[in-house]
Ligand binder design. Structure first.
Ligand SMILES: Cc1ncc(COP(=O)(O)O)c(CN[C@@H](CCC(=O)O)C(=O)O)c1O
Length: 403
């Protein structure tokens, strides 16, 4: 018998596994609402013109294809972290930030997970919001951390359970890590208000040095359409003197999904600490994948280093965010037109790529079986899958399975 005879067939991924099922579905009316990837109103992937222009400049510049350093393309990491922290960031000005380029946001999460397992200790607890992005738990489990939850989604109000969240953050044992979504919470689309961020910051400030804070920022600019507004929580925590780590992804806001462009930063006490941590991140990366791809990083650098191109990008990113908001408004009104008497106000009050619809597994199953509409089992709708031509079909189907 083969030496791999005992290897079992693994289950499909909760999010990416739906793409295969969708592709195999022959129903001409099929609609994909599963993967958090932007589609235009024709349902097609969108390569931003500013990104295309930047890519042309990169190719025409005739750069070589040598390895980037373990920490990645330095122009990229400098510009990309400034994009998050802001040009006048105190942390950057005082060289208190250690940064490495990573394989997009997923890679940043894995590197920070391995760092925590090494320096907080094996099976150190990491607290994720309940619910969180499906892959977070897999990543941190594989890093060797003890994955736990803090209350986040309040199913009765379809909003944030702030008191539950604050209680759980207060109760997290010293030496735990806490993951926060910087904006456009995945999968709920529910973000703390500025007042709620202040309360969260105060609780974490009281635990300063006892909890490792990790921000995952995968949608900056894509949530509200304003990259500065979407960085509010990150910049508040720097202003309040908190140290934390930050994962950034350029997959959605720059449409660079398959180029795998991301970075991981640590805001530290001082320059010496930033250098020591950055050196340890490189020691984790070298045996993992050695160094990151240069092409996507060069494209983001070309955009962020040219004010005119960056302004074009900002307008295009706002365009994507605005189309999502249009689809939110359209879905709510189409549901009402279909005769639904349920309260769908969360569809328009939530922000970013996703709508946490509140539909049950069974209802999601019926949408797939009876209408060839694909969304994740938790009822999360990737709003970019909606277009002006399929929105009525989807709204009627949702009404059908929820009435
Ligand atoms: C909060 C969060 N962090 C990190 C990532 C990782 O994205 P990168 O492409 O590695 O930068 C995602 C993407 N989540 C989307 C995209 C598909 C996926 O990777 O699951 C989603 O939830 O559909 C995310 O939503």
């Amino acid at each position: 018998a083969s030496q791999w005879a005992a290897v079992p067939q693994g289950p499909p991924d909760a999010i990416l596994g739906l793409v295969d099922a969708f592709n195999k579905d022959s129903n001409p009316q099929k609609v994909s609402l599963s993967v958090g990837a932007y589609r235009d109103d024709a349902g097609k992937p969108f390569v931003l013109p500013s990104v295309k222009e930047a890519e042309l400049r990169v190719v025409q510049s005739g750069m070589n294809k040598e390895y980037a350093g373990i920490g990645g393309v330095v122009d990229f990491t400098n510009l990309a972290r400034m994009f998050a922290f802001g040009k006048s960031s105190d942390a950057l000005r005082n060289n208190r930030v250690g940064t490495v380029q990573t394989l997009s946001g997923t890679g940043a999460c894995r590197v920070v997970g391995d760092f925590y397992a090494k320096f907080l200790g094996k099976m150190a607890p990491i607290y994720l919001p309940d619910p969180s992005w499906g892959n977070h738990a897999n990543i941190f489990r594989d890093s060797g951390l003890d994955v736990r939850k803090y209350r986040y989604w309040d199913s009765s109000t379809l909003g944030l359970n702030l008191n539950g969240m604050l209680e759980d953050l207060k109760a997290a044992p010293d030496g735990s890590a806490v993951l926060l979504h910087a904006c456009a919470h995945n999968p709920t689309g529910v973000d703390p208000t500025k007042e709620q961020w202040a309360a969260i910051c105060d609780v974490l400030k009281a635990r300063k040095g006892k909890l490792a804070i990790f921000f995952d920022s995968a949608y900056q600019g894509f949530a509200s359409g304003d990259a500065e507004a979407d960085a509010y929580a990150i910049r508040l925590f720097v202003d309040e003197g908190l140290d934390f780590s930050l994962a950034q992804s350029f997959a959605k806001n720059f449409g660079l999904y398959g180029e795998r462009v991301g970075l991981l930063s640590f805001v530290c006490r001082d320059e010496d600490e930033a250098k020591r941590i950055e050196s340890q991140l490189k020691i984790i990366i070298r045996p993992m994948y050695s160094n990151p791809p240069v092409h996507g990083a060069r494209i983001v650098s070309a955009v962020l280093s040219d004010p005119e191109l960056e302004a074009k990008w900002r307008a295009e990113c706002k365009g994507m965010a605005d189309r999502i908001i249009d689809m939110r408004n359209a879905l709510k009104s189409e549901l009402e037109k279909a005769g639904s008497t349920k309260d769908w106000s969360h569809v328009t009050s939530q922000i970013g790529m996703f709508c946490f619809s509140g539909m049950t597994k069974e209802q999601v199953g019926r949408l797939r079986e009876e209408f060839s509409i694909y969304l994740t089992g938790d009822g999360r709708i990737s709003m970019a899958g909606l277009t002006s031509s399929n929105i009525a079909y989807v709204a009627n189907a949702i009404h059908e399975v929820t009435k």
